[in-house]
Design a protein around this ligand. Structure first.
Ligand code: DC
Length: 219
């Protein structure tokens, strides 16, 4: 019997639209591997900040991305990007990194590197991958595409509840207006605005829809 390709569930959307929480819940329910691609961009932003590389200088950032020493690992069903044998789990969540990250994410050479690395994650099995360009650019051929969004006010409230006060509108604008793989709704993606929904409701909707589609596809 022909071996089936691993399945990729692409979950894209705006900042603080609940991608991480819901993608993790979906991955757990389906027994798939969870990949946070934003964390990979954040890791490069942190690497640049800690090596005093000017994140406004696209050439310097591209060079850093070409030269850094990284490795992918899968621990407890989550993929990690390891840099110089270290996993900067906490360090990538600071306000400084959040401010720098969309600048480095706009560099075309960085996006090429990230796309190749994210596609490599397929080595770990079936994936739930969240980000901004998964359905449009990283795995455009997947049949399982979702786009999450919520009103700006609600998203800002969610970030404040996490103890982070950042200008989400500015970050969304940079992510949607860059030339290379901007944030947009992939063709065929199911759009979910979860402004008035709990994560149980959002993930429940996603899991139900994915299970139905997997069954229809004989997977
Ligand atoms: O999801 P997040 O807030 O951790 O993402 C951090 C930044 O990385 C976000 O501002 C845009 C960028 N990003 C991207 O350009 N493409 C992705 N697939 C994931 C994140």
């Amino acid at each position: 019997m022909k071996k089936k390709h691993p399945i990729v569930i692409a979950i894209d959307g705006t900042s603080a639209s609940g991608k991480s929480t819901n993608a993790k819940l979906v991955a757990k329910a389906l027994g798939f591997i969870y990949v946070d691609t934003g964390a990979m961009y954040r890791t490069l932003a942190w690497h640049c900040l800690s090596h005093r590389i000017d994140f406004h200088d696209a050439k310097a950032v591209a060079t850093a991305c070409r030269k850094w020493h990284t490795k992918l690992e899968c621990v407890d069903g989550h993929v990690r990007l390891i840099v110089d044998s270290y996993f900067p789990e906490k360090e990538i969540r600071t306000v400084e990194v959040s401010m720098a990250v969309s600048m480095i994410a706009a560099v075309p050479k960085v996006r090429d590197w990230m796309k190749a690395t994210q596609r490599d994650c397929i080595q770990f099995g079936n994936l739930v991958m969240e980000g901004r360009d998964i359905g449009t650019n990283v795995f455009p051929d997947t049949d399982y595409k979702y786009y999450l969004d919520a009103h700006l006010e609600e998203r800002t409230k969610r970030r404040v509840a996490e103890g982070v006060n950042e200008n989400l509108a500015a970050r969304d604008q940079r992510d949607s207006q860059r030339a290379a793989a901007p944030l947009m709704i992939a063709l065929g993606a199911k759009v979910i605005n979860n402004s008035n929904m709990t994560s149980e409701q959002t993930s429940g909707l996603l899991i139900e829809d994915i299970k139905k589609r997997l069954k229809a596809d004989g997977r």
